[in-house]
Design a protein around this ligand. Sequence first.
Ligand code: FAD
Length: 473
Amino acid sequence: MTTDKAGIVETLVSRLGDSGVLRDDDALSRYTHDWAGDALGTPLAVVRPRTTDEVADIVRLCNEHDLRMVPQGGHTGLVGGAFPDRDQDELIISLERMNRIRDLDPVNFSMTVDAGCILEEVKQAADTEDCDFPLSLGAQGSCQIGGNIATNAGGLNVLRYGMMRELVLGLEVVLPNGEIWDGLSALHKDNRGYDLAQLFLGSEGTLGIVTGAVLKLVPKAEQTRTALLGLPSVAAVIELYTLARRGCSDLLSAFELIPRRCIELAMEASPQLSDPLDEAYPWYVLMEVAATGPIDLSEMLERLLENGMEKDLVLDGALASSDAQSQNLWQFRESMLEGQRLKGKHLRTDVSVPISAIPDFVDRAAVMVSDVSPDSTVIAYGHIGDGNLHFNILPPPDTSNEERRVLLHDLEQRLFAILDEFRGSISAEHGIGRTKQAAYLARLSPTERELMQGIKSLFDPKGVMSRGRILPE
Ligand SMILES: Cc1cc2nc3c(=O)[nH]c(=O)nc-3n(C[C@H](O)[C@H](O)[C@H](O)COP(=O)(O)OP(=O)(O)OC[C@H]3O[C@@H](n4cnc5c(N)ncnc54)[C@H](O)[C@@H]3O)c2cc1C
């Protein structure tokens, strides 16, 4: 059944009230572009339900009338998945008013939350019971738990705690036909049948709208030590990483690769930052160890660094001796993202290869860039302990918009071809959405494509939910 779109919006207003349905351009502008300014869209309207029943009601209505919809969280996703196109034919369902902490159980190390809770607020709530929800990422002040689930977010601590997939115990989801699936289990072990909850992790809103989640907590770390180190090469970084994995009793919680250019970008974006070490080094590692209980982390870290220096892996380093100093070191990691954003349109990737292959991959890809566009700047950084690299490329500043578009597309294709040789992933972190779709589909085998399409059709036979994301329309 189809009805005119304006009529459906009026029905929604009558059910949710004026504040629950946004239609005018001023009110919509906040929901129509992403952090990077890459994704732009014009929705039919933005609806802002407060409860799971309201979400179910909206979805049922849309499904009955074949109206397309797209769930939206904190709009920090980087592949355009949460944004409609410009035809005003999709309804954005924003979860921002569903932000209740439903329950916190420090004995079970779990908490149940609305999907619209902002990650930072979930972490703060866990902290009140001496627990931590260990997902940490640069966008945590804006992104929502539902968005984190839909993108299977990772971040700075994946090497210790895993991605979102490993941090979710149960889910509540409104399916594309408006039915509510209550899978809010708080069990740590449960082997009954297929794991339905896991299907929604990384599904980018294409299988249903996550409205609630039971999250896994860990004991809050009683002590944390942070170090920023200067190293001569990516190969030295990987060698230090293997020493750290073995020498830190599995207490390593972050191990970030940062090139010199990113330290400069961070200082450009945040002028209060000064060069962290006495000299400039080609590569840096920002690492952290964290623990509860009686263990001497300082001694452990110092021993690792001595070992690294003896082997000529570590050339210099700064160890934070207070929380303020640690935050200052992390400020480089955060500000370098803003520094890149200020450089305008550039190639942003989030690829992965086996950790042991990182030095070769970085060398191969850097040679490719210098052959194709010698004046472009490579900035390869990332969560090296997960094999996840942001191999980004800044074109020369005087490149016109059209030249930039052509150059970046060419460089991306060449980079992905090198990745294929390493059996790497073109999306280790941000998902497929719309922007990675062509590259993703080109690499899917017929069997994989058939299975993926079968799953989508089972959940959403009419194709009303996030149509055209991951899989084509
Ligand atoms: C500065 C910065 C740093 C970042 N660092 C990282 C990082 O380290 N690791 C990482 O993995 N990502 C990172 N990201 C990407 C981004 O923050 C994550 O993808 C995040 O999980 C998106 O959450 P969101 O609430 O903003 O979702 P949105 O951007 O609103 O949506 C993302 C996708 O999820 C879907 N969706 C949103 N909410 C729901 C829901 N309730 N139910 C079903 N589908 C839904 C949307 O339709 C869309 O397809 C970073 C982004 C920025 C801007």
